[in-house]
Design a protein around this ligand. Structure first.
Ligand SMILES: [Fe+2]
Length: 310
């Protein structure tokens, strides 16, 4: 560990403090959305029953342009039955493959919507791509809290640390809550590898460095992923692993894989990937904190379809 990396040092201490103490460890419930291969989480403190929702999904039917709330309502149902109080609606980044349900969940359950401060960079880039007017603020003001690397917060009695882990996008954050790490789109399951790094502002070297940093967390850290696409050899979707399993076995970035080798592999692989099905609607909504664009004078919200830009 670099001695000057105090955010990481604090994160390591946080995880260590929660290991081998079942009674106080955060409880994690996953919700997997198969249409977008996204794992959302409700994580709570068993003592105070305060909770956070990580990376929720707003259902979206692209042909009809209709949003719906089945996935979000399943989370609401769980939260109410488990008698939890939501403190935070955490976004690991501005997702390009699904719309966030954070504003809907906030309306129903409360809590603060948070993302990394570099969302401003993402808003700048995509504000330009979508030719947004001056009404679209690029200062992150659509969110209640903008985290920078090393910021601490809490869910009830469970301390949490936000780490900036750019590479997939400039704004990616990982959230360490007790001994549980929500790593967003950095690593995926060990047998599947890593997130792509070819979106505007993405960078494979940065992604490698971010993953190496996360891999300094203790072996026993519970690791929760944002997506799973099933590895070719696997029957079932999976979204939870450990840092030990990632470090020793991640097919793209396990210990011993050099940065050069990773960047070469990642760049080559990214060149073969199609864009996510929902990238254009997702980005336009998620860069607004999960809100639809302001309705036009007929009361209807519209999304743009930039032609020949991607
Ligand atoms: Fe993503």
């Amino acid at each position: 560990m670099q001695s000057d990396d105090s955010p990481l040092r604090h994160a390591i201490e946080l995880v260590v403090g929660f290991l081998h103490d079942e009674a106080k460890a955060p409880r994690v419930k996953a919700f997997f959305d198969e249409p977008t291969f996204t794992a959302s989480y409700v994580v709570h403190d068993p003592v105070t029953r305060r909770a956070a929702i990580v990376d929720s999904v707003l259902d979206f039917d692209q042909p009809s342009g209709r949003t719906s709330f089945g996935s979000a309502d399943a989370i609401i149902d769980y939260v109410r039955k488990a008698d939890l109080t939501i403190d935070w609606l955490l976004e690991t980044h501005a997702h390009a493959d699904h719309l966030s349900a954070a504003p809907y969940l906030q309306e129903k359950l409360g809590g603060k919507i948070a993302i990394g401060q570099e969302i401003r960079t993402v808003q700048g880039v995509f504000g330009k791509i979508f030719n947004e007017g001056t009404k679209f603020a690029r200062d992150g003001s659509q969110f209640d809290r903008l985290f920078v690397d090393g910021d601490s917060f809490a869910i009830g009695d469970i301390p949490a640390i936000a780490l900036h882990v750019p590479g997939h996008t400039p704004a990616d954050m990982a959230y360490i809550l007790g001994d549980a790490a929500f790593v967003g789109d950095t690593m995926f399951m060990p047998d599947y590898g890593t997130a792509r790094a070819d979106f505007p502002g993405g960078n494979a070297s940065q992604l490698y460095q971010s993953i190496r940093r996360l891999m300094k967390l203790p072996d026993e850290t519970r690791v929760f992923l944002c997506h799973d696409y099933k590895a070719p050899s696997r029957e079932n979707f999976a979204w939870e692993t450990t840092m030990r399993a990632e470090r020793s076995g991640n097919v793209h970035v396990r210990e011993g894989v050099t940065e050069d080798a990773f960047v070469q592999m990642r760049t080559k692989r990214d060149a073969t990937l199609d864009l996510p099905r929902l990238i254009l609607p997702s980005i336009q909504v998620n860069m607004r904190g999960g809100r639809l664009p302001e309705p036009e004078d007929n009361g209807v919200s519209y999304l743009k379809l930039p032609l020949n830009q991607f």
